[in-house]
Design a protein around this ligand. Sequence first.
Ligand code: FAD
Length: 476
Amino acid sequence: MRAALADAAPSVWWLDQPGATALKASAADSFDTPIPAEADLVIVGAGYTGLWAALQATEDRPNSSVVVIDAAAVGSQASGRNGGFCSSSLTHGIANGVDRFPGEVDRLQQLGRENLDDIEASIAEHGIDCGFERTGNLAVATAPWQLEPLRDAMNQAANYGETVSWLDQEALRAELDSPTYSGGFWQRSGEAMVDPARLAWGLASAARRRGVRIFEHTPMVDLGASGAGVSVRTTRGPIRAGRVVLATNAFPSPIRRIRRLVAPVYDHVLATEPLSDAQLDAIGWRNRQGVSDATNLFHYYRLTADQRPSGGEGPRIVWGGYDAVYHFGNRIDASLEQRDRTHHTLAEHFLATFPQLDGIRFTHRWGGVIDTCTRFSVTFGTAHDNRVAYAVGYTGLGVGATRFGARVCLDLLYRPESPLLALDLVGRSPLPFPPEPLRWIGITWTRRALERSDRREGRRSLWLRALDAVGLGFDS
Ligand SMILES: Cc1cc2nc3c(=O)[nH]c(=O)nc-3n(C[C@H](O)[C@H](O)[C@H](O)COP(=O)(O)OP(=O)(O)OC[C@H]3O[C@@H](n4cnc5c(N)ncnc54)[C@H](O)[C@@H]3O)c2cc1C
């Protein structure tokens, strides 16, 4: 295990991939450019939420001035370091949608499908080279007790219009060969794979071509009403904004309500060296699906682009998930991205899943912050007399949902007649997390209970059942 991880760089494969320097350069204005004193719309955060908001704002109001600021760099946080599973679900999966929004789940599924289609169309329209592939997803059981819940999940997906097929152990292993698999299903619709960082950089470049100004290394330190607009105070001076979108994920927010609704949770990831032809033959995976297993603490994994046809390297495996770590006091710090214990556990689980790949080396190891909330799906709100709107709380499924989140933010600011604003998903907030130390105790306890449930064939403890009953939860 140690040998497999010995040379792994503490950095994000997606953000360090070949060609990254040029893509980063076209994604933002030069740091030497002074920030403007005013703009019609200021967007705080250059992840997917902020970038989709910028791009859609240029479509809605081609003549308005739009400025995006980011404390770090375009796509440097969750948006550039995730698994790249781009799902049509706006609700962190159908089951969660049915539980939380029973009255409108059909409509949310439909909106989610349209959202994914629109993402695909925008990627094509703007020529974003981010490897968008509608591969679908394999949901796999790694123990017999997981088969029945997986069958139920498959039937539910089919009832909501998804294209699914059950794979018994032999059929599943013909798709992707692991001795740990008992069976599973392939959801062919509603799930695409993307290169996450290339998507972020591509969105930023497209927005800039439409006149959006993007300023990196420009943290907002505060904001407040000013005349008919909002003053966004940054470390490089204030910007007077007509309207503001806050797209700051789990990072500390000047809006107290957001701090109560989301908690930053670290998710950790490994990337292997490129696979040789022999290694690929040993596992199959010709259809390049995304994969997730069926435990509470689940793994997700996928292949990176196969560059062999153009003379480049073979695909790598990106492998993440399992531990979801909350640090006391909502702590966010770059040092927390490296966690030996979790990276070793991930490597161990990888080699148990694919013993055929014994001897493989991991080249990159990283972590990133997820904005978890108690209903596991995006939550919206406004502040300062509807001049500020926010979308946060995607939990671990925001690659696709962020485009929808950005749409709703713009409608909250500019289109009060939008039918989207009548959705329960938009109008109702999740239950907040309690303050510390109860927040840490509650999240840590729940995480341990989920781990125990996985060890006890999925049986849920009294604590988990009590949380289920009041609609509280913890997920990644
Ligand atoms: C390891 C990992 C794996 C994941 N895998 C998947 C997956 O496979 N599929 C999926 O659907 N989702 C996945 N997610 C979740 C998904 O990446 C996020 O939901 C999505 O990227 C959120 O986008 P965002 O723009 O809201 O946030 P971010 O991308 O985090 O962007 C927020 C930005 O705001 C900036 N910011 C914060 N505060 C300030 C401030 N005060 N001033 C200026 N700027 C500020 C930050 O620097 C950051 O760039 C994963 C997340 C992680 C961390």
